[in-house]
Design a protein around this ligand. Structure first.
Ligand SMILES: C[S@@+](CC[C@H](N)C(=O)[O-])C[C@H]1O[C@@H](n2cnc3c(N)ncnc32)[C@H](O)[C@@H]1O
Length: 317
């Protein structure tokens, strides 16, 4: 069969963002050991394996059982797939007998199969159960969260994670509907409810975009996952090894940027304080920022989902 021909039962394909750019930056040693912390459908993993020598190794993680199942197609002795949240990547590596790696790749956020399958509940288009968990085997669904959370709590989530100006109005409508005995259970119900609460909207953006993003970030504890993972990077990354992160919105990118800057630059000196000889000389950077880049215009034209992507690369020094 032609490689790009869709099979009749095919799930929505994932178009890997910054495929070659990310792997170019990651692979400093073809004999090395690498972690793909967000396997998805394995776009980056396959390219890493293509470039690794027979001595190289790739350990991949995903918290989505469907992604883990998809990895079974890769039959390669250099490859191992583990179902786990990436906040636990250090334990995963340890269980694989790996203490240090030559590179770590994080391609954050959701995959196209997650977004495009209505039964996952991530999309305001189509209809499915209001779930939005990446790991369908554990944790609270959006429907379960909205069945008990208070107005203030929901509004804070919508404001902090979705920058939603109508956060309070939406939260009040969610709770009023629940109090009237009709809690939200379907993604289409939430999208319709948000449309009644949001007056004006940016051109071309569905009124529910921000609400769905915020609730997804909340139920998957996405920012806490990133912070926990970053806090373990320095303990596993070999000197000369690379951290490569692709983020898709400013909340994710801000965490990555701050992490790299904190470990790459000396802390700012407060010039009002007395001069303490040697204080800035004591700062030993653990990382060096190598590059940051966005997808090319051609990639964005071919894949609209890549338009908000930001790639950041740092090297352990
Ligand atoms: C953008 S997709 C990755 C696509 C992949 N690079 C490819 O080319 O196919 C993000 C994937 O990361 C997974 N993911 C997101 N957050 C995660 C976390 N905290 N722990 C483990 N997996 C996570 C999602 O389930 C999703 O499959």
């Amino acid at each position: 069969m032609h490689q790009n021909a869709p099979s009749p039962s095919a799930e929505p394909a994932h178009r890997t963002v910054l495929l070659h750019e990310a792997v170019d930056q990651l692979l400093t040693d073809p004999d090395g050991v690498y972690l793909d912390a967000t396997f998805g459908r394995g776009g980056h993993s396959r390219e890493i394996l293509r470039r690794l020598s027979p001595q190289g190794r790739l350990i991949a993680i995903d918290r989505d059982p469907q992604a883990v199942a998809a990895a079974a197609q890769i039959q390669d002795p250099r490859f191992a797939m583990v179902h786990a949240p990436f906040s636990e990547f250090a334990q995963v590596l340890q269980a694989q007998g790996v203490t240090q790696v030559d590179g770590l790749l994080f391609d954050l956020g959701v995959s196209s199969p997650q977004l495009d399958q209505p039964e996952r509940g991530f999309s305001f288009r189509g209809d499915g159960p209001l779930d939005m968990r990446m790991d369908t085997s554990s944790g609270q669904t959006v429907a379960e969260y909205l069945a008990t959370a208070g107005v203030d709590e929901i509004a804070t989530v919508l404001r902090d994670y979705g920058d939603e100006r109508a956060a309070v109005q939406i939260a009040k409508k969610i709770v009023a509907r629940r109090d009237a005995g009709a809690p939200l259970t379907r993604s289409s119900e939430l999208a319709a409810l948000v449309a009644t609460a949001v007056k004006s909207r940016e051109p071309g953006q569905d009124p529910a975009t921000r609400t769905f993003q915020a609730l997804r970030i909340h139920v998957n504890a996405e920012l806490a996952q990133i912070e926990a993972a970053l806090s373990r990077v320095l303990s596993v990354l070999k000197v000369g090894g690379r951290l490569v992160v692709i983020s898709f919105h400013s909340l994710e990118d801000a965490l990555v940027k701050r992490f790299i800057q904190t470990h790459a630059r000396p802390p700012a000196v407060d010039r009002r304080l007395p001069f303490v000889p040697g204080i800035s000389a004591e700062f030993q950077p653990a990382l060096k920022e190598i590059v940051r880049m966005r997808p090319s215009a051609a990639e964005i034209r071919g894949n609209a989902r890549s338009r908000s992507a930001m790639l950041r690369v740092a090297q352990r020094v």
